[in-house]
Design a protein around this ligand. Structure first.
Ligand code: NAP
Length: 352
């Protein structure tokens, strides 16, 4: 068993991590940390648990530690971070210097070429960039990033289109869940009977990270895919969990919709095939043929929240390509679940 810790364990992504790691066959959750106000108290006494499954009993008994690289002293193999961006960067660097593997949900460093930004079914091979990272940064640990939630969902749906038809342009308009803003993110006074047509920094993340995830591993890090451009418009809506994205893709080659449906349904990803990773969904992409699916309430838990659900696949004549709706669970596929899947990949490849 690998010893693992969660920094930011009381937040919404942190709780998902605790839920997944507390019952994991390869990982033993041995430490949890949160802000000063909780330090020294038992996890179950402090956390406002919002996950549909019960809190793992052993996790509830853990004493909360401060957010500090001292956590490395607990002989931790892998630290999962679910911290606000401004706090994450320094501590993640310090942990990597101390030889720890850091799987991070925070945005700093996601675009740096030596930092793998991994959506396993799409670009598991990019994990090899940690060798270059260790060389240029002179540390024995590693920092690996989980993509932005919207981008993780989008790039999984784009991967088979890119492989089979080529992509010139992607336009995406999102309807993003409240949980994406964190446990105390959007006050009810602002969101009830409403939507908010702006999420700070989100559009840039989708536009840039998608080109890195769909980019290429080189000896000096990861090169962006410059063969396509992406444009995003991001919006917060009154849904608890599950980001929905309306996607318009200009393709290099003509798409026959029935062919694309089959290709998406059969997509199993040669990147992680046969590795037996416990958190990998059997079908990364589920296609619905009903005219009114996917819907967040009914479809977000597909594949234990790790599959994305595509619907309304049809030709797009304005862009000469296809358009569709994709839905994914933002705190599972878009954060904690993908983080755990990355760690499993690293263990299986002997990197953690
Ligand atoms: N929510 C999503 O769907 C999602 C998806 C992808 C990525 N992310 C990223 O994941 C990270 C965590 O997001 P979240 O939604 O889980 O946020 P959250 O619910 O607000 O949780 C934040 C966590 O960080 C701790 N924290 C906050 N301020 C701190 C401080 N000053 N010092 C030490 N600890 C502090 C909190 O501890 P206390 O409870 O003790 O305050 C809590 O455990 C962010 O970087 C976010 O951008 C989120």
């Amino acid at each position: 068993m690998k010893r693992v810790a969660v920094l930011g364990a009381t937040g919404i992504v942190g709780q998902r991590l605790v839920s997944l790691l507390g019952n994991h066959p390869w990982f033993e959750l041995t430490a949890v940390a949160a802000s000063e106000k909780s330090v020294g108290k038992k996890y179950c006494e402090v956390v406002r648990w919002v996950i549909e499954r019960p809190m793992p009993a052993k996790a509830g008994d853990l004493e909360l530690l401060p957010i500090s690289s001292d956590i490395a002293r607990e002989k931790i193999d892998i630290v999962f971070t679910a911290l606000p961006a401004e706090i994450a960067k320094d501590i993640e660097i310090e942990l990597a210097r101390q030889g720890v593997i850091v799987v991070s949900n925070a945005s700093p460093m996601r675009l740096e070429p030596d930092i793998p930004l991994i959506n396993p079914e799409v670009n598991a091979d990019h994990i090899e960039a940690i060798e270059y990272q260790r060389k240029i940064r002179g540390w024995s640990g590693a920092i690996v990033k989980v993509p932005n939630c919207t981008t993780a969902i989008l790039t999984l749906s784009l991967k088979p289109i890119l492989d089979d038809f080529g992509i010139k342009k992607v336009i995406v308009s999102t309807m993003q869940a409240l949980s994406g803003a964190g446990l105390t993110g959007v006050p009810s006074m602002f969101i009830l009977d409403n939507l908010i047509p702006f999420i700070e920094g989100e559009e840039e993340k989708v536009e840039n990270e998608s080109r890195k995830i769909l980019g290429r591993l080189k000896t000096d890090g990861i090169a962006l895919n410059t063969s396509f451009v992406a444009s995003a418009s991001c919006h917060r809506v009154m849904v608890l969990e599950g980001h929905t994205e309306a996607v318009f893709v200009e393709t290099e080659r003509d798409v026959v919709i029935e062919d694309l449906i089959r290709i998406m349904e059969e997509f199993r990803s040669n990147k992680i095939k046969g590795l037996g990773l416990p958190t990998a969904p059997e079908k990364p992409i589920v296609v619905r043929r009903e005219i009114d699916r996917p819907q967040p309430r009914f479809d977000r838990m597909e594949g234990e929240g790790m599959s994305v659900v595509v619907g309304r696949l049809r030709k797009d004549y304005a862009l000469s390509g296809v358009k569709y709706v994709v839905l994914g669970h933002n705190t599972l596929r878009g954060a904690a679940g993908t983080g755990v899947l990355i760690a499993e990949l690293m263990v299986k490849k002997g990197l953690a």
